[in-house]
Design a protein around this ligand. Structure first.
Ligand code: ARG
Length: 286
């Protein structure tokens, strides 16, 4: 009888060991499977384009202070050429559009830290910016019909009537723009004080209206809009540089880059793009 119990105990123990071994190998199998899955995911990480489509929403960053590219209309909606372009892109993706309005100098940091999918804000394509982002070119003189660049604007009642009057003057610029760069170039020739602002509308406009600044540097297309709207302001001199505009995209987002480029190429091919440009940039349409 004792022997029988001993035998039974041994059998139970062996069974126990076997079962736990099976359990172990099951666990190992599962772990291996999970690892394989992880590796699969690693091989094909989701692209920003996938994420946008899954989210059902495209999130763009802009600085809505720069007519006719992006600005607030009387109903407090952000409108403009860039917004129409962004809407077309969202439409082709089959998703909603969310616009994040921020200060211009915060846009590229927001893009690089993935708070937005891409930026569209009348960005000039520059060598410096090309080090951190890629640009889909989307606006140049061949479309707008006039050379674009930075230019001075001033109050008609003020003392700046030409670039040569700049000595001893205060020049307002939007921080982080090529306007700021051009003002710095002017500062090499003239004794000027540069005053930085985060928004053109309304900050820089108010500076000129109340003559706290003697002049400002903004893009030509925006300068034209501003002087049309504000009879007390005027354009001074000629463009200080020559610019082409692009849509900044993170360097790793090749699929998104191609998608945006594809939409613009398609719009261009159908002449719809020229109509969009003319709506916002052609004098007689304003
Ligand atoms: N084109 C200039 C630049 O890229 C100014 C752009 C300002 N854009 C704006 N939305 N405020 O620096």
């Amino acid at each position: 009888m004792k022997k029988a119990i001993a035998l039974l105990l041994t059998v139970v123990m062996i069974l126990g060991v076997m079962l736990s071994a099976v359990g172990c190998s099951k666990q190992q199998e599962q772990a291996a499977e999970q690892q394989a899955q992880k590796e699969e995911q690693k091989e094909e990480p989701k692209t920003t384009l996938d994420i946008i489509k899954e989210r059902g929403k495209l999130i763009i960053g802009t600085s809505a202070d720069y007519p006719p590219y992006e600005f607030y209309d009387e109903n407090k909606n952000v409108v403009g050429f860039d917004i129409d372009v962004a809407k077309k892109i969202a439409e082709k993706m089959g998703v909603e559009l969310e616009i994040k309005d921020m200060s211009f100098d915060g846009i590229i940091p927001a893009l690089l830290s993935k708070q937005i999918d891409f930026a569209i804000a009348g960005f000039t394509i520059t060598e410096e910016r090309k080090k951190s982002v890629d640009f889909v070119p989307y606006l140049d003189a061949s479309l707008t019909g006039s050379e674009t660049g930075q230019i001075l604007i001033a109050n008609k009642e003020g003392s700046v009537k030409s670039v040569e009057d700049l000595n001893g003057k205060v020049v307002a610029v939007q921080l982080g723009t090529t306007g700021e760069e051009e003002a710095k170039n002017l500062a090499e020739k003239y004794d000027i004080e540069i005053k930085g602002f985060s928004k053109v509308v309304p900050e820089i406009i108010l500076e000129l209206k109340n003559m706290s600044s003697d002049a400002a540097v903004v893009g030509l297309n925006t300068a034209k809009e501003i002087v049309k709207e504000h009879g007390d302001l005027m354009i001074v001199g000629d463009v200080l540089n020559s610019e082409e505009q692009g849509i900044p995209v993170r360097k790793e987002d090749k699929e998104l880059y191609d998608f945006i480029k594809g939409v613009i190429d398609e719009l261009k091919a159908s002449s719809e793009y020229q109509k969009m440009v003319d709506k916002w940039f052609k004098e007689e349409n304003k």
